[in-house]
Write a protein that binds this ligand. Structure first.
Ligand SMILES: N[C@@H](CCC(=O)N[C@@H](CS)C(=O)NCC(=O)O)C(=O)O
Length: 235
């Protein structure tokens, strides 16, 4: 039995966390049965979500989860990739998960307007996992403070809006060039990198954080069609 422990879906996206969308998308690509469960992070070795429960075992970290399922599967999604495709996929994954992620986080935590859009969904998640209502104003402050610290330490928090938007748009343009006119990043079938790409792009495209980054994404017809295609065919 597979259970994906995650945050909550919101707006038109499968989860408020792109990493949770990523794992859910991978599970849909490989067409296995699974349950979704909104949960706290107590079962996670990293204190982060997603966590995949495989019978009685809990596997943390989206990349560990996917690597584990790829190893177990008789028809792994990446089995037929050549060396150059593997390298492209691995570097693209880092650009998205290590760079683009923090540029997105800047919009949700550092930008006050962004945080006001984000907080109602975080609050709903907190309520679902049993945080007492009187604690919510403190949680709101603590969560924001925590992520502002993370952003500052990582460096993105020291950048201004223009720099953040420029870097995010640059990464989107790179993804658009790599995808070109293919159905998926490496051709006509999804591979593991498509789970990451869809996780992050759908989070931007289908959520109400308006601004230059979403505008830029909306102008990349191939990326928009890619997201819509995955949404229609796998969700
Ligand atoms: N490397 C992890 C990253 C997961 C991650 O950063 N999850 C965030 C949500 S997007 C989280 O759980 N944050 C809670 C926290 O940091 O306390 C993965 O690939 O699963």
């Amino acid at each position: 039995m597979l259970v994906l422990h995650k945050f909550v879906s919101a707006w038109d996206v499968a989860d408020i966390s792109p990493f949770c969308i990523k794992v859910e998308t991978y599970l849909r690509f490989i067409d296995v049965k699974f349950e979704l469960r909104t949960t706290n992070n107590r079962r996670s070795q990293t204190s982060k979500l997603p966590v995949l429960q495989i019978d009685d075992e809990y596997v943390s970290d989206s990349n560990q989860i996917i690597a584990r399922l790829e190893r177990q599967s008789q028809s792994s999604l990446d089995a037929s990739l050549n060396e150059s495709q593997r390298i492209t996929g691995r570097l693209l994954r880092s650009a998205i998960e290590q760079d683009f992620y923090f540029l997105m986080m800047w919009h949700y935590y550092q930008d006050e307007q962004g945080f006001e859009i984000y907080w109602p969904e975080l609050k709903r998640y907190c309520c679902e996992i049993g945080v007492r209502p009187w604690l919510l104003p403190f949680v709101k402050k603590a969560v924001r403070r925590k992520f502002l610290k993370v952003l500052h330490a990582q460096g993105t928090g020291r950048k201004n809006r223009e720099e953040v938007e420029e870097e995010a748009c640059e990464i989107l343009s790179l993804i658009a060039s790599i995808l070109a006119n293919k159905s998926f990043i490496h051709g006509e079938k999804p591979t593991t990198i498509d789970a990451t790409v869809y996780g992050f792009l759908s989070r931007v495209l289908f959520s109400p954080f308006e601004g230059k980054v979403k505008d830029h994404l909306q102008k990349q017809d191939n990326l928009v069609n890619y997201c819509k295609r995955i949404q229609t065919n796998y969700y």
